[in-house]
Design a protein around this ligand. Structure first.
Ligand code: FAD
Length: 530
């Protein structure tokens, strides 16, 4: 889809970036009657949640590959299924692969939903642990889905929001409340050691706490990141973990359909060079082509450093604010491996019917922690932890008949690799294939083509500075009411008329659309300045 002839007219709102959050924001704004223009730099929509070809005839979800956090309510409100969203698979089980022996299968949270090499104590303990975590996740979900309060204001809305959170925690009852307060700042390693004996089960649950983050399981705050993931999945309801038919790009296409149906215009290959500032307010954008477009408000789904330091420019912002943005931690640690396969690999210890599950190589907490250790010193893991999907098992149209796609998230691969990625890219890709070969003998001979995306590759392709899953590291000091930085925590920013709507905002990355939806609500509500 190409340039829209009427794009020089003034709009109520310009949305920078056609990733899923930018599109969700545009859809909500357009449905509220605003005239909206989305400007996407790439030649396709989706940002880090897109589907594209990586080898002739083979397509893959090149960034995000599982949908498990988008609120069911958002899918309904925007009628995404009416706009073409279909499901190749829903409620995928997780299979934790063992180095030797049978895999552990997790298909829910009850004692009947765990199958494999665990004893009765762990089976019952799993059901108890998951029930507790689900209660906490239910408490956290409204906090995750709402705009965070501004701290220290006299406004009743902000006070009420904090009071509601306190009230929800209080309603857990004394025992659960104490436990939540005890574990909230803990590391997931210690928590899981308290609950389970099976290293395989510990590894699988611990990996979920650190997937997409810059932590190992021994880092304080990793119980919080596990709860964060579960809280988001709570909102997604029964269909999480899901594979949209056509890959994650189908979510962006459906969001674009909803936005267009409500009147929004979308332009591709339209990189924004600068936000126009006049009389201390954002009033439009200038494209790299030199074209200027006026708007009453501008909202950016690009990461906060790109948005403030690149698009607005530090000359329009207070020095202390610029320093805070500059100091955000934005270097990614997750890589992505895509394999085009001539046939279906057979993973040892995994029943044939479970090959379409979400497969984990994270056989113990120590394994994941060791994988993390290298990254602290600028090296990639010698034995990385992996989340693997083979989407062609439920969505065969992604590859030629009889062929398969394997998509793996790889942790840990630092943005700044000592010695640089150029000389080590190939060796790391080969190392990953060797690792997969050990779990699925014969896999190597099926590999027709492969693609490895490191964080610098993702920085280039997705235009995310640092190539980080969450745009801005998801850590307690960059979380909730201080995310991404004080002064820009409620989608509003110090520059009137300029808003943020991407993964750098609360609640962070993951294909949720919440940041986009909440930014639209703030724009519609209008501005009290920060
Ligand atoms: C390796 C990896 C695996 C992941 N796996 C999962 C997963 O399985 N499940 C999950 O839920 N999440 C996953 N994530 C996280 C998820 O992909 C992101 O958090 C999410 O896609 C961010 O969406 P967004 O719309 O906020 O930003 P983005 O997707 O980054 O979109 C921002 C858009 O803005 C555009 N843009 C930037 N600058 C400009 C400019 N100057 N002018 C115009 N346009 C511009 C970009 O091109 C991009 O399209 C993964 C992330 C990574 C990196």
């Amino acid at each position: 889809m190409n340039a829209v002839a009427t794009a020089r007219a003034a709009y109520d709102c310009i949305v920078i970036g056609g990733g899923h959050n930018g599109l969700a924001c545009a859809a909500y704004l357009a449905r509220a009657g605003r005239s909206v223009l989305v400007l996407e730099a790439a030649d396709r929509l989706g940002g880090a949640a897109l589907t594209r070809e990586f080898a002739p005839g083979f397509r893959v979800s090149a960034g995000a590959h599982l949908l498990h956090q988008m609120p069911a309510r958002l899918i309904e409100e925007l009628a995404l299924e009416k706009h073409g969203l279909r499901w190749a698979a829903q409620s995928l089980p997780t299979a934790a692969l063992a180095p030797d022996g049978a895999a552990l299968l997790l298909s829910g949270s009850g004692p009947e939903s765990i199958e494999g090499p665990v004893d009765r104590e762990d089976t019952e303990g799993y059901a108890r642990f998951m029930a507790l975590m689900q209660r906490f996740a239910a408490v956290m979900n409204p906090m995750l889905e709402a705009v965070p309060p501004r701290l220290g204001t006299e406004r009743w809305a902000d006070r009420l929001s904090l009071m509601r959170l306190g009230w929800r925690i209080r309603r857990l009852g004394r025992r659960d409340m104490r436990e939540l307060l005890r574990i909230a700042g803990m590391n997931v390693y210690d928590l899981l050691k308290e609950h389970f004996r099976s290293p395989l089960l510990q590894g699988a649950l611990g990996f979920d706490a650190v997937l997409g983050t810059n932590f190992g399981p021994r880092a304080p705050g990793t119980v919080m990141t596990l709860l964060y993931r579960l809280a988001a999945q709570h909102g997604a309801g029964a269909r999480a973990l899901a594979l949209p038919a056509g890959g994650l790009g189908a979510v962006a296409d459906a969001l674009a359909g909803a936005a267009r149906a409500a009147g929004a215009e979308i332009r591709l290959t339209a990189p924004v060079a600068r936000v126009t500032v006049a009389a201390d307010r954002a009033c439009g954008v200038t494209l790299q082509s030199g074209e200027s477009i006026a708007a009453r408000a501008v909202v950016s789904s690009a990461d906060p450093q790109t948005s403030f330091l690149g698009l607005v420019g530090s000359e329009h912002l207070d020095t202390a604010f610029v320093r805070r943005v500059h100091h955000l931690r934005t270097r990614g640690l997750a890589a992505k491996l895509h394999l085009a396969l001539d046939g279906l690999p057979k993973f040892s210890g995994l029943p044939a019917a479970a090959h379409g599950a979400r497969l984990l190589i994270a056989p113990s907490l120590d394994y994941v922690e060791h994988a993390y250790n290298h990254s602290k010193y600028g090296a990639h893991s010698a034995a990385p932890a992996l989340e693997i999907t083979m989407p062609t098992l439920s969505d065969p149209g992604l590859a030629p008949t009889g062929k398969h796609v394997l998509s793996a998230i790889v942790q840990y691969a630092p943005y700044e690799l000592t010695g640089g990625w150029a000389g080590q890219h190939e060796a790391f890709a080969q190392q990953l294939i060797d690792q997969l070969e050990r779990h699925a003998p014969g896999l190597r001979s099926l590999v027709r083509e492969r693609e490895l995306l490191t964080p610098p590759d993702m920085e280039r392709e997705f235009r995310i500075s640092g190539g980080h899953w969450h745009h801005v590291d998801l850590a307690l000091d960059q979380f909730y009411a201080v995310r991404p930085v004080p002064g820009a925590t409620q989608h509003r920013t110090p520059l009137p008329g300029f808003y943020l709507c991407g993964a750098g905002c609360h609640p962070g990355g993951g294909v949720m659309g919440i940041a986009g939806r909440n930014a639209a609500r703030q724009i519609i509500a209008g501005e009290p300045a920060q």
